[in-house]
Ligand binder design. Structure first.
Ligand code: BTN
Length: 272
């Protein structure tokens, strides 16, 4: 069976995902772009840039965390970035990552109910097997003690067929299609995601922390994990998150507090 490629598939009409809200009041769509995060930074400088969304059917230089490449074939997944000027103190920047992760997790659950999704600390949406469904790349700038701008980059594996995933990620990635056995409407998913991002940002700016909801969704807690840091790897039980979102890891040498910035990779023990 052959599947339509981006060149042969009809263009998706994304307009139903635009609503009169802050995040996604406009959606700029590209067939091909370098990275949606880079374009979102450009839009943030414009009037009306706060809340602007950039979506691409294909990225030629999609970025993952820690300098990795983000792989996503044209026309089947969601790759987008939201430009925001959050009204938040710089010390709350870590909450933006948790809030974006919760919005992505919630939207994926809405369109794929019953497939047992969870959040892998700090901000991956994963299936029960640990395979990755979505990843986030958050970039921020501070002005004094305020968070003056942020780009929330989100990649969701939506209708990517497992047999079409590159060998280097096939054992640790999955998609909503692979999990549910049915194609997911990307426009509906985008609309739900932007609704949720909008609500999460409002909650943050109103002083409500996402931490308790994040803790409930985080499947890393309670697991034996190995955590790769810049120059060493530590293993232990992930017991909790502290009040700044850092992971508390109980190791034979005692309890470690690991801020997201220090962690290169986190691997859970294989699930039964
Ligand atoms: C990760 O898990 O490593 C983060 C992946 C983030 C990928 C998204 S796709 C849209 C946006 N543009 C990028 O270049 N990266 C993010």
């Amino acid at each position: 069976m052959t599947h339509p490629t981006a060149a042969t598939a009809p263009r998706t009409d994304w307009s139903a995902a635009i609503r009169p809200r802050r995040i996604g009041h406009t959606i700029e769509v590209h067939d091909l772009i370098g990275s949606t995060n880079d374009r979102a930074w450009e839009l943030l400088a414009d009037e009306g840039g706060d809340g602007a969304v950039v979506l691409a059917e294909e990225q030629s230089a999609g970025r993952g965390r820690r300098g990795r490449e983000w792989l996503s074939p044209p026309g089947v997944n969601l790759t987008l970035s939201a430009a925001v000027r959050p009204d938040l103190p710089a010390r709350s920047a870590w909450q933006l990552g948790l809030a974006t992760a919760l919005a992505t997790f919630g939207a994926c659950r809405e369109v794929a109910p019953g497939v047992g999704l969870g959040l892998k600390w700090p901000n991956d949406v994963v299936a029960g097997s640990g395979a990755k469904v979505a990843g986030l790349l958050l970039e921020t700038i501070m002005l004094g003690d305020r968070l003056s701008g942020a780009v929330l980059g989100i990649g969701i594996n939506v209708n990517w067929r497992p047999e079409e995933m590159p060998a280097e990620i096939a054992d640790r990635a999955t998609s909503l299609l692979a999990l549910t056995g049915a194609e997911v409407d990307r426009v509906v998913l985008l609309g739900r995601l932007l609704d949720r991002l909008d609500a999460e940002l409002l909650a943050l700016e109103s002083g409500r922390t996402p931490l308790p909801r994040y803790r409930s969704a985080c499947i890393t807690l309670g697991q034996e994990v190995s955590v790769e840091l810049a120059s060493t790897t530590v293993a232990g039980r992930a017991v909790d998150l502290d009040e700044t979102g850092s992971l508390l890891l109980d190791t034979p040498a005692g309890r470690l507090t690991l801020p997201t910035g220090e962690v290169v990779a986190l691997r859970g023990e294989p699930h039964a």
